[in-house]
Design a protein around this ligand. Structure first.
Ligand SMILES: Cc1ncc(C[n+]2csc(CCOP(=O)(O)OP(=O)(O)O)c2C)c(N)n1
Ligand SMILES: [Mg+2]
Length: 582
């Protein structure tokens, strides 16, 4: 007879080993008792890589960041009760931005459900429509064939990784005793079929990869639609991590249309390519920009102005190719939709020679964007005080060549999108734009850093950092340099740009929410280096040093919300006078 703790150990071992065989070897765990069998299985697995953080909310965001950077699912392990609910925000973000996660929630056995047992909540279906699949594994038992555990893990990883990618929940019930008694010999594994699996090194059920190629007739339909356009544009949203950049660039060249690259596309920073229009946002007021055709590749775009333009002037042809089936069309403008890998689509379309060049339109856009870049360069060079656009500009220029960037929601992503240099080093701009929360940003950046091969820069607002303060703990002991640039404008600077800013009686206390805090003591508490530059030259030196020194540095850039608004207005006015097309 196998003991309960033996069976717990057996099933947890099957789960972890099968995950590792499927390439899911990064585990993010939080301490707790009910998950003991899973925690032990991870801790004792030679190929499992464990990150432990006490706060499940931040731990889940770290897993999200890790999965973003690697393109592979990361696994989460937590105990039962409210611990599981703390995963919610990251699960929502992962679902909405298509990031695969395997969420292992430990649960109490059926006899302790709805019976007033301690730390027992209803965890089945907890995450509702935000998981691609949810399954409750019953308490480990010899009555149940153990290969069921393996096919469950195989199915979970398949559902997390197939389109639409996202999180899955395996709710794992365990009965006490959870840990083996000290000194107890483990009887090994049970079941003939599983013994065969144990001898091999491959997953029990292998799923054949799904096709990511678009159907040829659909590509022809796209070519027909786009062939009718005189003023087409390519809009580049966030592209999947595994996208082959050269295929996308080959399409730009073949198509000859102007390309508007979002900051998250991987083409905005280090924007090399003859058709790229990095400063398109500054040019959207010109009538000539109203496109009659849009080819949108990848995820959503940050530019509010571009969204408004496409809403106000519906293009007759709007083709969107992304690797999810979801409707990503808030203005309801898409006329032809392809679910496929954007690079596969680019390869297929580049081979069809039926597209009409939009040369005049493009040439002006490319020229005007270069003019905008020149004006921004001159403007920022003359600045002697720190500002938020200047910080974005500076970091985009000083990023290390192999660097990874994470941008917090609110102003950091917007400022980088609009003001970053185009001819600096290329870097993928990671963002949490699925649900655009200001939560979990430090942890997401930490997760990226745990996966990245080189230095990581996070640019975050002060409220975002305060919201996720305990995630600073995840930055301790990082191997590579990590620069956490905190733009401290004493509250939510973005709200100054909204009409509510005119309502003085409520604005400061209810919206801007100033706190008067500085981050030096927080950095000290978590053992991070700290620096607070006062001038552009000091920022340059401080960031340069931070990004070259192993471990984390918190770089606090103190700005003011009022001045920030004034700087934005000044830049706006300067860019508005760019001459239109002749
Ligand atoms: C979890 C969450 N709560 C609230 C919001 C609403 N919100 C959007 S921006 C913002 C202010 C962010 O302030 P900060 O991080 O300092 O950035 P800043 O606006 O100053 O650039 C808030 C509260 C949100 N997006 N997510
Ligand atoms: Mg702020």
């Amino acid at each position: 007879m196998a003991s309960t703790s033996d069976m717990n150990r057996f099933w947890a071992g099957l789960i972890v080993e099968e995950l590792v065989r499927l390439g899911v070897n990064a585990f993010f765990l939080s301490p707790g008792s009910r998950c003991t069998p899973l925690t032990l299985a991870v801790a004792e697995h030679g190929a499992a890589r464990a990150t432990v953080h006490f706060d499940e909310r931040a731990c889940a965001f770290a897993a999200l960041g890790f999965a973003k950077e690697t393109g592979r699912p990361a696994a989460l392990v937590c105990t039962s009760g409210t611990a599981t609910v703390n995963y919610w925000p990251a699960i929502v973000e992962a679902a909405m931005s298509g990031v695969p996660l395997i969420v292992l929630t430990a649960d109490r056995p059926p006899e302790l459900q709805s019976a007033g047992a301690n730390q027992a909540i209803d965890q089945q279906g907890l995450y509702g429509g935000y998981v691609r699949w949810a399954f409750t594994l019953p308490c480990p038992s010899l009555e149940i064939p153990s290969e069921m555990v393996l096919t469950t893990v195989d199915q979970a990883v398949h559902r997390a990784g197939r389109s639409p990618r996202g999180p899955v929940q395996l709710n794992c019930m365990f009965r006490e005793p959870l840990a083996p008694p000290p000194g107890e010999e483990w009887s090994g594994i049970y079941g003939e079929s599983v013994a065969r699996w144990k001898e091999s090194a491959i997953p029990y059920t292998r799923y054949a990869p799904e096709s990511r190629e678009p159907a040829p007739e659909t590509v022809e339909a796209v070519a027909d639609a786009l062939g009718e356009c005189d003023r087409g544009i390519v809009v580049l949203g966030q592209l999947p991590q595994q996208t082959r950049r050269e295929d996308v660039t080959a399409l730009f060249d073949a198509l000859g249309w102007p390309v508007f690259p979002d900051i998250a596309s991987g083409f905005r920073l280090g924007a090399a390519g003859r058709n790229l229009v990095p400063y398109y946002d500054a040019l959207l007021a010109f009538e000539t920009v109203r496109p009659d055709g849009v080819l949108h590749l990848g995820g959503p775009i940050t530019s509010k102005r571009l969204l408004t333009l496409l809403h106000d002037y519906p293009p007759p042809h709007y083709v969107m190719a992304t690797d999810t089936p979801e409707r990503r069309d808030p203005s309801h403008r898409v006329t032809l939709r392809l679910e496929c890998a954007p690079d596969a689509f680019c390869r297929a379309l580049a081979n069809l020679d039926v597209l009409r060049e939009a040369a005049r339109h493009r040439d002006w856009l490319v020229k005007a964007s270069a003019e905008a870049g020149e004006r921004l360069r001159a403007y920022f060079e003359a600045q002697e005080t720190l500002s938020e656009p200047l910080a974005a500009r500076h970091i985009s220029w000083a990023l290390p060549p192999d660097g990874v960037l994470f941008l917090g929601n609110s102003m950091p992503i917007r400022d980088m999108d609009r003001f970053a240099v185009a001819d600096g080093p290329p870097a993928p701009g990671h963002v949490n734009r699925g649900a655009s929360g200001i939560d979990g940003c430090v942890a997401t950046a930490a997760g990226l850093a745990l996966a990245a091969e080189g230095p990581v820069t996070g640019v975050l607002g002060d409220l975002a950092v305060l919201h996720d303060l305990n995630a600073l703990n995840l930055l301790r002991g990082l191997e590579h340099p990590f620069a956490l640039v905190v733009i401290n404008n004493d509250g939510g600077g973005i709200f100054s740009f909204l009409p509510i800013a005119q309502h003085e009686h409520v604005f400061e206390p209810y919206f801007a929410t100033p706190h008067g805090l500085r981050f030096e003591d927080a950095a000290r508490m978590f053992g991070l280096r700290y620096v607070r530059p006062e001038t552009p030259a000091e920022l340059s030196a401080a960031y340069g040093k931070a990004i070259e020194t192993a471990g984390a540095t918190l770089v606090e850039v103190v700005t003011g919300r009022e001045r920030n608004q004034a700087v934005h207005r000044e830049i706006e006015a300067m860019l508005q006078s760019i001459p239109g097309p002749q």
